[in-house]
Design a protein around this ligand. Structure first.
Ligand SMILES: [Zn+2]
Length: 389
């Protein structure tokens, strides 16, 4: 049995969606059938998930550019188990560690350090798989946070030793997970002072992939206030504003309230008057390192142009992770002075190569990496960094 799961599912009334599912799968297929599940890097792994599977196999990158490779690998591991070439024995560790999302990237920092060490460990033929799940802190369930999963071939002592070593590394470097971003005004001022283009302003707190609305407006408001141009805000989820632009037609001047409609605690709509630059159906193909070749759908789109500040309005929520989302609506990302992308880390895979500089912005939003902004009720305590342990 091979399942492609995420690992941070929290259905209403149930903290551990995947654990519940895997228990049911195990009960159905019986104890003799191997059950392997691929999981996202952000999985909040639970004891139930570990207990009811033969192997868990996670992505090792954030941005997630190895989904394909990990899927193939999981299939090979399952074949080995079926053929009885390998008999996995698992060690799983769950230190009291809740890394904020923007501190989890794997290009550098503690997650890079952990996966470099894990890669050395995986060269040992006795090691079947190692996954270090950074976790999804904002789920606020008991088991949210980082965990270490090591499977060896019939060698529980080795699995324990390796899992303990990786856990100790994560713990020793826990402060490196802490993340700071610039306040909105400061971030915009820095971007305007830069000597190259484009400067990417990462609206890390309004990442729809992390559950945020995708319609916050604080950075847009500041760009309007200072008259930044040429600039693009990509992308604001606001189907009503798209419809208003569509009714007016390309070339028409409209006044609309943009964004800020989902969650008043993270900002209000902004009233703008601009020219409808393009209208589209929002269909595109991902061309960056993430999801390359897969079709994306933004629903009906409109680009509203306010003195060369372009606001890309979309009807279906999608994280700004691929420059194709701009090109498909007629915006050349390389030509802009400032690009706002609503994404925590995934944007880096495709935007870093074309960006002169990247500035992470501490704007309001539900996916903020400033965990002090939120009240946690269910995660186990004490846990770092909510508690200074
Ligand atoms: Zn993820």
């Amino acid at each position: 049995m091979l399942l492609d799961l995420h690992g941070a599912m929290v259905p209403e009334g149930l903290e551990d969606g995947e654990g519940d599912l895997l228990r049911a799968v195990r009960a159905t297929v019986g104890s003799a059938v191997p059950v392997v599940a691929t999981l996202d890097f952000h999985a909040n792994v639970t004891a139930e998930m570990v207990r009811h599977t033969t192997l868990l196999h996670g992505y090792k990158t954030y941005p997630h550019v190895d989904m394909d490779a990990r899927g193939r690998e999981a299939t090979e591991r399952l074949r080995d188990v079926v053929a009885k070439r390998r008999r996995p024995t698992v060690a799983w560790r769950q230190p009291p560690l809740l890394p904020p999302i923007a501190g989890q990237l794997t290009a550098r920092g503690p997650m890079r350090r952990l996966y470099d060490r894990a890669a050395e460990m995986e060269r040992d033929p006795r090691v079947v798989t190692i996954s270090i799940f950074a976790g999804f802190p904002l789920a606020d369930i008991r088991d949210a946070g980082l965990s270490v999963y090591v499977a060896t071939d019939g060698d529980p002592g080795l699995a324990d030793r390796l899992a303990d070593e990786l856990t100790a590394i994560a713990w020793a470097h826990r402060r490196e997970f802490l993340h700071t971003a610039l306040p909105v005004r400061e971030a915009v001022a820095h971007a305007l002072a830069a000597d190259g283009r484009p400067v990417v302003l990462a609206d890390i707190a309004d990442n729809t992939g992390g559950g945020a609305a995708g319609d916050t407006t604080e950075i847009l408001r500041e760009l309007l206030r200072v008259g930044a141009r040429p600039a693009t805000v990509a992308c604001v989820w606001d189907a009503d504003a798209v419809q208003a632009c569509a009714r007016a037609g390309v070339g028409a001047t409209v006044t609309v309230d943009v964004g800020g409609k989902v969650d008043p605690s993270h900002g209000a709509p902004v009233r703008v008057t601009g020219r409808v630059r393009t209208l589209g159906d929002g269909r595109f193909v991902h061309k960056g390192p993430m999801l390359r070749g897969l079709e994306g759908r933004l629903g009906p789109t409109a680009v509203l142009d306010v003195n060369d500040l372009k606001i890309i309005l979309i009807s279906l929520r999608w994280q700004t992770l691929d420059p194709e989302m701009l090109r498909v609506v007629g915006v050349d990302p390389a030509a802009e002075r400032i690009l706002v992308v609503k994404s925590s880390v995934h944007y880096r895979a495709a935007f870093e190569p074309l960006a002169h500089a990247i500035i992470e912005v501490d704007a309001p939003g539900l996916s903020s990496s400033n965990l002090a902004r939120f009240t946690f009720k269910h995660v186990r305590r004490p846990i770092f960094p909510l508690d200074d342990v």
